[in-house]
Design a protein around this ligand. Structure first.
Ligand SMILES: [Zn+2]
Length: 542
């Protein structure tokens, strides 16, 4: 309201909608008014009518859903961007198909330059294994070649790439990694930390990086994502690239960037603290996030640290560090006032992070720390209780049910029932946010929302039915809870006056869609900062 004068008018107004505000009452209204980059008012068509002036753009939603912009609280922006300049192996059904695709790419690539493949899944190919270096050598011996398993934690490399990575039969396994060998000979398969020996040698040009970041942001915005929590990316310049791209006026996506490194996180955390950089530094476009460690690998790569081992293999996966080391590393960022978090997939690793948070919070009490655990893919009732007491935030990856749920059952049996137990968390009052872990799984938040509600695998198996949550909770998880996980719930995550005008508009009503079809609702429009950043060109709004 203008002071004593004429009433202020909106720049943008939506009417006749299913406006899902995600306020405390989960109110659903008809209309919303935006002034510049902020939400001015929410209410009935009649109430919002007052905000319409000569200059106002009025959009009739005709019953469509309008929600707060989705917040993906765990993904890898740069890595997803880099997939845009490498070969997608997800559709391959045999190793021969993989080799063919790589050969086609190699033919277009100058000798000596890298050929990369991603999203390879040994469970989807007839051979049921990773390719070996001999097979990759058949593609080319003059190009370094490597392919990443769908989990991102295991790669297979050809001889040229191994040579560049300095890997020979005599090489020792690095801490937290394995150079796979058969009868003493290197197979080309590199697990966990060992994969970085090759990946770190693979240098992308700055142009590849920036075009990748822009392409990634475009894809995310088309899926209705308006904010992302970046959980780390390739190379030591990763954070620098994210900051640089966020300065570009054409780059609209909001970034909350964790302090992390794929090969030496504790070093990255220390260096950042040495430079007096803490969680929360930045602005609405780019902000420093938590200090993050990696504690274990993945279930499907059988490198996640499970308390009782795998059905298929009695080993317990890989723990990267000792409990004492983790506690000590995390004391410094905790005491400095940073949020801390860790990649913890298996229940063994989740327990390690819970122990660590207990340690820092008990030794050095601090209010409102919002320490997080990334994934916590396999949990248990005792850990849920302890997480509640700590007021920790859990960031789940519901799209894993769809993509990897069947493999979880294969590898960990009935423990899969405790895969991402959102309902147990919510019933205990634990704050749950969610992320796609893109490029590990598809990034569409609507798929994530559907999976929180249904917990259905690609093959239709329901995993742990009693952990299914309501649609309302699933929407909270992808909006306001994501904002909470970055200390930003006062400025975004719901549609309330004064908050940033970040919206997603669906081509239909999500509240009237059957759970199994939520992922199929097209995105109509995405708005960031009061500006339409994506408009579906096919579906015309009327
Ligand atoms: Zn991740």
């Amino acid at each position: 309201m203008g002071e004593g004068g004429e009433k202020m008018k909106a720049s943008l107004v939506y009417i006749n909608g299913e406006i899902i505000t995600v306020d405390d009452m989960f109110s659903v209204c008809e209309a919303v008014a935006v002034v510049d980059n902020k939400i001015a008012a929410v209410g009935s068509n009649e109430e919002i009518n007052n905000w319409i002036g000569m200059e106002t753009t009025v959009i009739d939603l005709n019953g469509k859903s309008l929600l707060p912009g989705f917040i993906d609280a765990h993904l890898h922006l740069l890595n997803f961007g880099l997939t845009k300049v490498s070969t997608n192996l997800k559709p391959c059904k045999s190793i021969d198909e993989v080799l063919e695709l790589l050969k086609a790419k190699a033919e277009l690539t100058p000798e000596g330059s890298w050929v990369r493949g991603w999203a390879y899944n040994d469970n989807n190919v007839a051979e049921n294994r990773m390719p070996n270096k001999k097979e990759l050598d058949s593609v080319s011996t003059v190009h370094p070649i490597y392919i990443q398993r769908s989990c991102g934690h295991v790669i297979a490399a050809n001889s040229k790439a191994l040579e560049i990575g300095g890997i020979t039969a005599e090489s020792l396994n690095p801490e937290g990694g394995e150079i796979e060998r058969v009868d003493g000979a290197v197979t080309g398969v590199l697990k966990e930390a060992a994969r970085m020996l090759v990946i770190d040698q693979d240098v992308y040009t700055e142009q590849e990086v920036f075009s990748g970041l822009h392409l990634a942001a475009k894809d995310y915005m088309q899926a209705g994502i308006t904010s992302v929590h970046d959980m780390g990316g390739k190379g030591s310049d990763h954070l620098l690239y994210l900051q640089k791209v966020a300065r570009d006026a054409d780059f609209k996506l909001r970034i909350y960037a964790s302090i992390v490194s794929f090969d030496n996180s504790s070093d990255a955390i220390d260096k950042t603290l040495d430079a007096s950089i803490l969680t929360g530094l930045g602005n609405e476009r780019f902000k420093i996030g938590p200090s993050k460690l990696f504690l274990d690998g993945s279930i499907t790569g059988q490198t996640a640290a499970m308390s009782e081992g795998y059905v298929t293999d009695p080993t317990k996966g890989i723990l990267y560090k000792s409990q004492d080391d983790v506690n000590t590393i995390m004391e410094r960022p905790h005491n400095a006032g940073c949020q801390i978090t860790a990649h913890a997939i298996g229940d063994g690793a989740v327990e390690m992070m819970v122990n660590c948070i207990e340690h820092v919070v008990n030794e050095f009490p601090r209010e409102n720390h919002r320490h997080r655990i990334e994934h916590a893919s396999v949990c248990n009732p005792e850990l849920v209780e302890r997480i509640k007491k700590l007021n920790a935030v859990i960031v789940i990856n519901p799209a894993f049910f769809y993509d990897f749920g069947d493999e979880y059952v294969k590898y960990i049996g009935s423990k899969a029932e405790w895969m991402f137990p959102s309902q147990s968390y919510l019933e205990h009052g634990v704050k749950v946010a969610a992320g796609s872990d893109s490029p590990i799984t598809d990034f569409e938040p609507l798929l994530g929302i559907q999976e929180i509600v249904t917990r259905k695998t690609k093959n239709g198996t329901i995993i742990g039915e009693k952990e299914c949550s309501s649609l309302e909770d699933a929407i909270r998880i992808f909006t306001i809870n994501g904002a909470y996980a970055s200390f930003e719930e006062e400025m975004k995550g719901s549609i309330e006056p004064g908050k940033l005008a970040d919206f997603v508009i669906l081509e239909g009503s999500i509240l009237n869609t059957k759970p199994d079809h939520i992922k199929d609702i097209p995105i109509k429009q995405t708005v960031i900062n009061g500006e339409i950043v994506y408009e579906n060109p096919v579906a015309v709004m009327k």
